[in-house]
Design a protein around this ligand. Structure first.
Ligand code: ASP
Length: 329
């Protein structure tokens, strides 16, 4: 049985963190002031996973302020993280698979149901930009591996070595210790998932990652799977996921959250329910960490994770803050 007491305490702490940003008054964590299909204009909001979300949000908000679309905002926002070699779980400098190859997963979706995705892509710094072109220039949703690379090169992307010296050294150390046996550990769950909503209520989301560090070659996680790593529905809202992707895929977490919001849950309640389902079904395996973010059409948002340590960056027109999410365990 999951004890209710720590759950309540942690939710409260998360709420206090949120209220510290005064411009977020409309983002009451348990409220649900939207009617499906009814767009409300308000302030723009960008929310994204983990600390690297701060720099990504800043870029996304610049795009929105300059009159750009939310789709451009989420794409250009997460590209900041993809290009940052210090971000060891996304794009350039991401930790490799157990064979020392950096393989990337990414997707993007707008509120009209358009989406594009790439998985098991190598040698391209910006998989999210390739995913957007899959969406816009092909009749498909997802391209994988060699085919995704071929498409990227045809579209003018350049091949680059994504394994930085730092990541190579860490991988060499890991090889000695782990004996070629992939480890699942919460430190290497740092995908960037971002949702943006503008003044008119248009929404888009993007998700990009190098996936679980030292994974088996060919492993693809939740991040490029529409409905798992992210989901957007223009009548309801959007959700993104980070963490142990196998469990997000098994429960189709982002789609679930959007459906829960459609049926009356606030974004916060929907994130909490999606986390609880994982624990009810799969138990409290110490290695599982998952964090969800959600936003509804009114710009209310929610955030929740299985265990402590998950944080997210939240930006409005004039502020961009890092907030600790509440957690279940
Ligand atoms: N969800 C990602 C995956 O399983 C990892 C993460 O978010 O850190 O590939």
């Amino acid at each position: 049985m999951i004890s209710r007491r720590p759950f309540l305490k942690k939710s409260l702490l998360a709420t206090v963190g949120v209220l510290a940003a005064p411009w977020l008054s409309r983002a009451g964590s348990k409220t649900n002031n939207f009617v499906p299909g009814e767009k409300k204009s308000g302030q723009p909001l960008v929310i994204s996973t983990w600390k690297h979300g701060l720099a990504a949000n800043a870029k996304a908000m610049d795009v929105i302020r300059a009159g750009g679309s939310v789709l451009d905002a989420v794409e250009q926002g997460v590209m900041v993280t993809e290009a940052d070699p210090e971000s060891r779980s996304v794009g350039l400098g991401g930790l490799p698979d157990r064979d020392g190859k950096v393989t990337l997963d990414a997707c993007i979706m707008d509120d009209q149901g358009n989406c594009g995705s790439v998985c098991f892509l190598e040698d391209i710094v910006h998989p999210v930009a390739v995913a957007r072109l899959v969406m816009e220039k092909t009749p498909h949703v997802m391209l994988a591996g060699e085919g995704a690379l071929q498409f990227a090169l045809e579209q003018g992307f350049k091949r680059e070595n994504l394994l930085t010296e730092k990541s190579r050294v860490d991988w060499e150390k890991w090889k000695k210790k782990a004996k070629y046996d992939p480890e699942v550990n919460i430190e290497n769950h740092d995908t960037i998932g971002m949702i943006a909503i503008d003044e008119g209520g248009d929404m888009a989301a993007a998700c990009t990652t190098s996936g679980m560090a030292y994974k088996l070659r060919g492993r693809v996680g939740d991040s490029p799977i529409i409905g798992a790593g992210l989901f957007v529905d223009g009548d309801v809202g959007a959700a993104v996921a980070t963490g142990h992707g196998e469990y997000v895929m098994r429960t189709l977490g982002s789609f679930l959250i959007v459906e829960l919001m459609r049926n009356g849950h606030s974004p916060q309640q929907a994130c909490e329910e999606a986390v609880s389902r994982i624990i009810k079904k799969y138990g409290k395996d110490k290695r599982i960490q998952i964090g969800y973010l959600a936003v509804n059409l009114s710009g209310e948002y929610g955030a929740y994770s299985i265990r402590k340590g998950f944080n997210y960056a939240l930006a409005g027109k004039d502020e961009n803050v890092l907030v600790d999410a509440g957690c279940l365990l």
